[in-house]
Design a protein around this ligand. Structure first.
Ligand code: SF4
Length: 216
């Protein structure tokens, strides 16, 4: 993106109404903002997928789209992915009747069409993997999913461990099965190296499987 200032935390801070957190958590990763006569909690993944992934560079525009996504019962990660995928297919001349990158109003219109399966939304509601099968091989080259699940906001080119985490996750491109980004930035893993990644990913996946089985 040429200009991402509108997605920075410093910019978001001006609009924050409340900062709720899970019990005893000092991080409080979500920020509640007011938009369209209501409130919505904005987090990292929402901004990554509905924002920069679609070249929408204003966090309050992202908040409007996120509120709609929540109200329609859609997932912000997969929805942001499939909308951006449609925008890229349009650039390649492979899809019509979808918005261009950066068009937040068009994004919201498309989100509604996906939810109600109207027009092109009927196809896009199937998700990136199934859309790819219908469109063909050029779409395959740009389709961002693993095992049919669209990727979250951790870019494997900047966090190599996430490539292995997505590829080997039981349910595909999920950031909840193993997350290597912090370990790559702060240690013990080394950034832009494959050293130790396989063991780390395997151990975290095992630990998460145990934690989820215990409903932790
Ligand atoms: S999701 Fe995690 S970081 Fe965010 S408030 Fe809950 S415990 Fe804290």
């Amino acid at each position: 993106m040429d200009d991402a200032v509108g997605l920075y935390g410093e910019y978001l801070r001006a609009f924050v109404k409340r900062t709720p957190a899970c019990a005893n958590c000092p991080v409080a990763c979500g920020k509640v903002v007011e938009v369209d006569s209501g409130e919505v909690k904005v987090e990292y993944e929402d901004i990554a997928l509905l924002g920069s992934n679609c070249l929408i560079n204003d966090v309050m525009k992202v908040a409007r789209s996120l509120k709609l996504v929540n109200e329609l019962g859609l997932d912000a990660i997969s929805t942001g992915n499939v909308v951006a995928f449609a925008m890229e297919l349009k650039e390649l001349g492979l899809l019509k009747d979808v918005p261009s990158f950066g068009d937040d109003e068009g994004q919201r219109e498309l989100i509604k069409k996906i939810a109600y399966r109207e027009g092109i939304g009927d196809l896009l509601a199937e998700g990136v993997a199934r859309v790819t099968k219908k469109i063909g091989s050029r779409a395959e080259e740009i389709a961002m999913h693993v095992k049919g699940m669209e990727l979250p906001g951790y870019e494997p080119r900047a966090s190599w461990g996430m490539a292995l985490a997505y590829a080997t996750s039981d349910r595909g491109g999920c950031h909840q099965r193993a997350w290597t980004t912090k370990a790559e930035i702060e240690g013990p893993l080394e950034r832009f190296s494959t050293e130790g990644i396989a063991k780390f990913v395997k151990e975290v996946q095992d630990e998460r499987a145990a934690a989820f089985s215990l409903i932790v």
